[in-house]
Design a binder for this molecule. Sequence first.
Ligand SMILES: Cc1cc2nc3c(=O)[nH]c(=O)nc-3n(C[C@H](O)[C@H](O)[C@H](O)COP(=O)(O)OP(=O)(O)OC[C@H]3O[C@@H](n4cnc5c(N)ncnc54)[C@H](O)[C@@H]3O)c2cc1C
Length: 478
Amino acid sequence: MGEHAREADYVIVGAGAVGMAMADTLVAETSARIVIVDRRARPGGHWNDAYPFVRLHGPSVTYGVNSTPLGSGRIDAAGLNAGLNELASGAEICAYYDRVMHERLLASGRVSWLPLHDVDGHGVATSLVNGQRQRLVARRRWVDATQADTQVPATHGPRFAVAEGVTCLTPTELTLWQRPAAGHVIVGGGKTAMDTALWLLAQGVDPQTITWIRPRETWLLNRANVQPTAPFAHQTLAAIVAELEAARDASSLPDLFDRLEAARLLQRIDPAVQPTMYRCAIVSEAELAQLRRIRNVVRLGHVQAIGADRIVLERGEIATSARHVHVHCSAGGLPRGPVQPVFQGQRIVPQYVRRCSPTFSAAFIAHLEATMDDEHEKNALCEPVVVPQVPLDWLRMHLQTGRNQLRWSQHADVQDWLRRSRLEAYAGLFGQMQGQPDPAWGALQARLKQARGPGFERMAALLRTAVASPSPVNEMAG
Ligand SMILES: Cc1cc2nc3c(=O)[nH]c(=O)nc-3n(C[C@H](O)[C@H](O)[C@H](O)COP(=O)(O)OP(=O)(O)OC[C@H]3O[C@@H](n4cnc5c(N)ncnc54)[C@H](O)[C@@H]3O)c2cc1C
């Protein structure tokens, strides 16, 4: 079949949260023409495949694209997030990206949208509807916003065998299942498994009838500390200060995590088990209390097979039955891709430039692209921050974020952009607080000044030690 060329200044492959945040900032800050392509029918990436009870785990206020607020700025009055900034549901996020696509990007007259097109390694987009092929040509840059490779249960099935007659559902299928179960078996230790556990408990399922197969334990962030809006300004800055003080005073890696936990910055479901995962998952203290109600936790490694009457794991077996409902929550989530320069000549590969901030990072990278020419300078301002997997990544991620922020602080234009950026939120909020005669704020600032330098130095030393002498304790990688 023949192919024609479609040219634009920017070709963005991937209309997930990252591609959309880049497109939004490029539309705002350049006069460029953009083509945005995705194999899905709607923008929003993996959110289109998410289970009905999914929500952001961090506040809506710092998610989405820079130009358009997500949510109404509400503080939740009820539920397990009561008292904190709202968390958009999956449906709200998909509707938001649909609106941004139509009312902002397409309405600019400078963006073309190619849904249901698969792009191959040669830059050819093939329609998944009629097979027509178009060669995409980027006059300025090709943006590869597909790196996240997000893996959710709806798109990535179980990696264990499931015997005939066994009920093994995705979280979405669980919400459609209308037969009473003898018990529920949750397979997985990550955020999807936690959401599923909370959903089952919210339906009134007796925690004693839930079996939770958790091959690994994870450190979790406390949502009370990531609330970058005015009512929470003290609390949010106090948490940043406390993190740096914990690092400054830590004598070893385990001691650091003990301190972070004692300061209620990090938490774990079972305080008796050493976590070997850290993926920036965020829960509220109320959610944590609910999760702890499930006591039947199986720690025999990963599931290898679910049979009619038993589940075979790496280190043993447990009983099950045909009347049990098993829920597959063991998809990879956000696998860690190779860290590479963001700006690579004709190509841009968006990655995190601040810890666990995919949408802010994408908008920031687009701002640099819009306002700077020197590739070396651009890359120096956005060295990639790892997608965390293991506890040691807490150090890697904080250190690289700290290094990037130091460079940003020496750049007036970047500082100005950060203060105005909705997705950054912290700089603007702390900037507003500076002007207020508040002694408590002054005291926090003083502590921050004292802890920042020594805190980062100690983080670097702890990381060097852990890397030089890897051990289960040092690597904390399981
Ligand atoms: C359940 C869940 C909850 C989360 N909650 C939060 C949160 O609260 N806060 C937060 O900051 N982050 C959160 N995250 C992280 C989340 O991954 C990012 O926020 C973001 O959605 C990732 O966006 P993305 O665009 O990089 O990836 P994706 O959503 O995976 O989008 C990539 C897009 O590229 C397309 N694509 C890939 N290859 C091709 C190709 N060859 N041709 C055409 N199209 C292609 C795909 O179809 C997809 O639409 C969460 C993640 C999950 C899984």
